[in-house]
Design a protein around this ligand. Structure first.
Ligand SMILES: CC(C)(COP(=O)(O)OP(=O)(O)OC[C@H]1O[C@@H](n2cnc3c(N)ncnc32)[C@H](O)[C@@H]1OP(=O)(O)O)[C@@H](O)C(=O)NCCC(=O)NCCS
Length: 431
């Protein structure tokens, strides 16, 4: 990274103030305005961080115009083709893909951490059975901080590794427990003879009465879903984890904050909304009617699963997810599934429609992921929990990157105060 070029800021006839321009590997150059306040007495105003880089990062890069997503430089398509989710987790955390020996060791380590403390199991009983599983996740993952606090020197790499291994290993167990609890079924203990994703499916769909036999096609499909959701630059939940962690807080509490942020329909809740929309449309014969509604400025209806803040060409994850969707439905003999046919018709009509072409609205990852998860037997209310499980890897990698960054500071935005000017308190009888 070079900082030789400069940007000048001219403020109302004063001498120009100069700021270094930072050049990234890919993406937009950044003006380094850290000294703006000291040099000029001014702050910048940027709600939603539309033009603000909040950190340097080496983990993930998105090119929205090209429709490209890179994890540590590797295109998502290649990772989905050649690697499993745990290899991707290793890559995101350590910066390089594991070799055979490192892969084996990492998988073994994760297996050794999959069980949760028996006392934590009792924690679930405190929730109502009809609680939203994401509410349960926020509580239980936050509670991990009360159980695993023996390795809390975050300036020690080994302590950070222990936290990473623990949370990545325990997330499938906790997500499956949240599901089993909502169903009133017994919790299933992890099985070490299964790999990460097959074991998760065993804990979700197995019962003590019958040995669960994972279907390799379905396991692979879910594993790819995990990979596609593992990280996505500085989005709302990742920034939440970083901000919470910037005070030196416990990492499990930070992940719980990330889960809370992810829960919202504008973020992780979109695939649930997409499936609800397909159910609302109901039949291929009603697609035209809903496309018309989506284009009507006076109608609040939007095509859920279409459009993205960053991807303005196509979402590379959507392309992969479309294929996974086809594989899963074929494997389950659901090629003629009503919702899938409906989704394909909707996709075709929207992609040919002038309104969607002009506004660069393409299907995003959520358009297909809901259909796949439904076909796998995962209920709609669990979709965001699956997202949280996968994204935990990215959150932890980003949390660690922040802690070891020599330029790291506690996050503390400024504000543009527009409230009442200074005034005096009147005695109560004069108010
Ligand atoms: C994702 C999303 C929030 C991106 O928003 P954005 O980048 O801020 O873009 P905007 O909301 O400003 O949309 C630009 C234009 O396209 C229209 N538009 C965007 N998404 C649309 C959709 N899904 N259906 C119909 N019109 C849509 C907007 O109404 C707007 O029209 P205008 O220029 O006439 O005002 C938005 O596309 C959306 O709400 N999509 C549906 C929800 C979804 O699938 N979210 C998951 C994201 S992974």
């Amino acid at each position: 990274m070079t900082t030789e070029r400069k940007a000048s800021l001219i403020i109302e006839g004063r001498e120009p103030a100069e700021f270094p321009i930072m050049t990234p590997t890919h993406g937009n150059d950044c003006v380094d305005i850290r000294t703006l306040g000291a040099k000029t007495g001014l702050f910048t105003y940027d709600t939603g961080y539309l033009s603000t880089a909040s950190c340097k990062s080496k983990i993930t890069f998105i090119d929205g115009d090209k429709g490209e997503l890179l994890y540590r430089g590797y295109p998502i398509e290649q990772l989905a083709d050649h690697c499993n989710f745990l290899e991707v987790a290793y890559l995101l955390k350590n910066g390089e893909l594991p070799n055979q020996q490192q892969k084996g060791k990492f998988e073994m380590t994760i297996k050794q951490h999959t069980m949760v403390h028996e006392q934590l199991v009792k924690f679930f009983q405190g929730f109502r059975r009809d609680a939203h599983p994401m509410a349960v996740m926020v509580g239980v993952v936050g509670a991990l901080s009360a159980f695993y606090h023996d390795a809390m020197n975050f300036y020690d790499a080994e302590h950070r590794n222990i936290s990473f291994n623990r949370i990545v290993a325990k997330m499938p167990t906790i997500v499956a427990m949240a599901y089993k609890y909502s169903m009133g079924e017994p919790f299933m203990y992890p099985r070490n003879d299964l790999d990460y994703t097959a074991n998760f499916m065993h804990m979700m769909f197995g019962t003590p009465c019958e040995q669960y036999k994972p279907n390799p096609v379905l396991v692979r499909a879910l594993d790819i879903i995990f990979t596609l959701h593992a990280d996505h630059e500085q989005n709302a939940s990742t920034s939440t984890v970083r901000l919470a962690g910037s005070s030196g807080a416990n990492p499990f509490a930070c992940i719980s904050a990330g889960i809370a942020c992810l829960w919202g329909p504008a973020h992780g809740g979109a695939n649930e909304a997409c499936l609800n929309m397909l159910e609302q449309i109901g039949d291929v014969s009603r697609v035209d009617e809903f496309i018309k509604r989506a284009k009507d400025k006076n109608d609040s209806f939007k095509l859920m699963g279409f459009g993205h803040r960053v991807y303005k060409n196509f979402d590379p994850r959507a392309k992969l997810m479309r294929k996974v969707c086809g594989d899963v439905l074929t494997e389950l003999g659901l090629e003629n599934d009503r919702l899938f046919k409906l989704a394909l018709t909707l996709e075709k009509i929207a992609l040919e429609d002038e309104y969607f072409i002009e506004k660069k609205l393409y299907p995003n990852v959520d358009f297909y992921s809901g259909i796949v998860q439904k076909a796998l037997g995962i209920p709609t209310s669990m979709f965001t929990c699956i997202f949280a499980l996968a994204r935990t890897v990215g959150w932890m990698a980003q949390w660690e990157e922040m802690l070891i960054d020599p330029e790291y500071k506690i996050g503390r935005p400024r504000q543009l105060y527009i409230g009442a000017a200074r005034r005096n308190v009147a005695p109560i009888d004069q108010r």
